[in-house]
Design a protein around this ligand. Structure first.
Ligand SMILES: NC(=O)c1ccc[n+]([C@@H]2O[C@H](COP(=O)([O-])OP(=O)(O)OC[C@H]3O[C@@H](n4cnc5c(N)ncnc54)[C@H](O)[C@@H]3O)[C@@H](O)[C@H]2O)c1
Length: 458
């Protein structure tokens, strides 16, 4: 079949894979090729076991793969075929040199831009899908236009707002799609090409078009606001514990105010995921770069509050277990940074595990999806950690259970059975406030939620 156009996506990760599968599903007359240097990842996309766990993803991939969706490791050979190239490579926090610990590391992005420049043979639209600092498009344009071969490139910013765990739902019914481009005629034409793709399944009024800098900055701002809400309610949770207020009651009471709204007001051990911390630190770095010291300090506090909350959680475990954890078995229920994903990047469970090990506890980790990732994250201390898919096994002989991820299945466990198999006094530290605390107290547990009074039986 002759395709109307060809889209290439460079980077087959959590964003590139699902977004391109959704485009392929909804635009059957467009060829979509997803490439990555990581051979194992590409093989997994072509196999029965996809490289990432995401509810509903299998069905979307199955509908399009082999029809108009293809995965490949050959980046260079596919560039000349593409009318549009999405770049969805990783943009981690820089760990070296200027801006280390804050700025985005753009080495992968720049390498890709140079490869595109070298191998494109006709005019091409290049789409920033990765989250990038504001004004990156300018640098990318300069690199691309250094080409001598007469090829013209239009650079668009199309940041991705999907949330892991609900990626397929978010891609199918996005709150909005954001496309930023140059304001000249050529830029507007490029924007329209991308609008037409999304309009195959997204209502036109939900497709927002802006200038390229606004689109770039909107993504960083969205993540900063979302993380800020979590840090705000977590700050209040500390005050609740000191005053016998209940954080869920406070969240409900303020969330009914339509100006505030109820979402993202759940207190917890802290936020994780590959994006929030990195994007805020990137925002902080940008503010500092532009001399906006107060603005930088304001946003940095969101990250500091998150660290405070994780440390507070561990402090509570130490004091709840009589100020020593030496040789005590502590079962962590959940390691993924949130439910319905196997992703553990920046998961609070990593910080908590490492601190528990420092206290010389014996840590056992149970998670329905993330044990392979957990083993990878803890490779340097693997001899000191146990893993068990079965939470009942993990809790056997433990002094404490800690809820680290809000997996549905943890709500439905037989906690009487768990209690019977634990050492006494048996404690539960509910880092996600998902359990029935009163019922646990009835069984005999000491219960330590977040932002609520503890129940201490013994
Ligand atoms: N994960 C999310 O929920 C999410 C949501 C919105 C935006 N983002 C942003 O999207 C971007 C990608 O995130 P991700 O989670 O998909 O990352 P990821 O690490 O899962 O995937 C990136 C992929 O790019 C590949 N890659 C790197 N350099 C390459 C090159 N030169 N050629 C070919 N492939 C190359 C890597 O091998 C990797 O598989 C980041 O900027 C991130 O901030 C992520």
């Amino acid at each position: 079949m002759a395709f109307k156009q060809t889209i290439l996506c460079i980077g087959a990760g959590y964003v590139g894979g699902p977004t391109m599968s959704m485009i392929a599903k909804n635009c059957p007359d467009t060829q979509v090729i997803v490439v990555d240097l990581n051979e194992a990842r590409i093989k997994a996309w072509q196999s029965e076991t996809l490289p990432i766990y995401e509810p509903g993803l299998r069905e979307v991939v199955d509908e399009a793969i082999g029809r108009n969706l293809f995965f490949s490791t050959d980046v260079i050979a596919n560039i000349p075929k593409a009318d549009i190239i999405f770049v969805s490579v990783n943009t981690p926090t820089k760990t070296y040199g200027q801006g280390a610990g804050r700025a985005a590391d753009l080495q992968y992005w720049e390498a890709v831009a140079r490869t595109i420049k070298e191998h494109a043979t006709s005019d091409t639209i290049v789409v920033e899908k990765s989250t990038l600092p504001v004004r990156t498009a300018e640098a990318i344009e300069r690199i691309l236009h250094a080409s001598q071969n007469g090829v013209h490139f239009d650079v668009l910013s199309n940041p991705e707002f999907l949330a892991e765990g609900t990626a397929i739902h978010d891609l199918e019914n996005p709150d909005r799609v954001l496309i930023g481009g140059r304001e000249d005629e050529q830029g507007q034409k490029a924007i329209q090409t991308l609008v037409d793709i999304y309009a195959e399944w997204v209502p036109r009024e939900k497709i927002l078009t802006t200038n390229v800098w606004s689109a770039e900055l909107s993504k960083l701002t969205a993540n900063a606001f979302l993380a800020q809400r979590i840090s705000s309610i977590n700050a209040i949770s500390a005050l609740c514990e000191a005053t016998e207020a209940d954080v869920d009651e406070v969240a409900h009471a303020i969330g009914t105010d339509s100006r505030i709204g109820p979402k993202f007001l759940r207190s917890s051990v802290g936020f994780g995921g590959s994006c929030f911390k990195k994007d805020i630190l990137n925002l902080v770095y940008l503010c500092e770069h532009y001399g906006l010291t107060e603005v930088a300090a304001y946003w940095e506090q969101v990250v500091l509050m998150n660290e405070y909350q994780m440390n507070r959680f561990v402090d509570k475990i130490v004091s709840g277990l009589f100020n020593t954890l030496v040789n005590k078995r502590i079962a962590l229920f959940g390691f993924a940074f949130k439910a319905n994903t196997g992703d553990t990047r920046e998961s609070p469970a990593i910080t908590v595990t490492r601190r528990l090990l420092e206290e010389r506890a014996n840590v056992v980790i149970s998670d329905p999806q993330a044990i392979p990732e957990a083993k990878h994250d803890l490779a340097d201390v693997i001899d000191h950690v146990e893993f068990s898919e079965d939470p009942y096994e993990a809790a056997k002989g433990a002094h404490a259970v800690c809820i680290m991820t809000e997996w549905e299945q943890f709500k439905d466990l037989d906690y009487q059975r768990i209690y019977d198999a634990m050492l006494k006094p048996a404690s539960i530290f509910d880092g996600r406030n998902i359990l029935d605390h009163a019922a646990l107290g009835e069984i005999g547990f000491n219960v330590y939620p977040v932002g609520k009074h503890a129940i201490v039986n013994g």
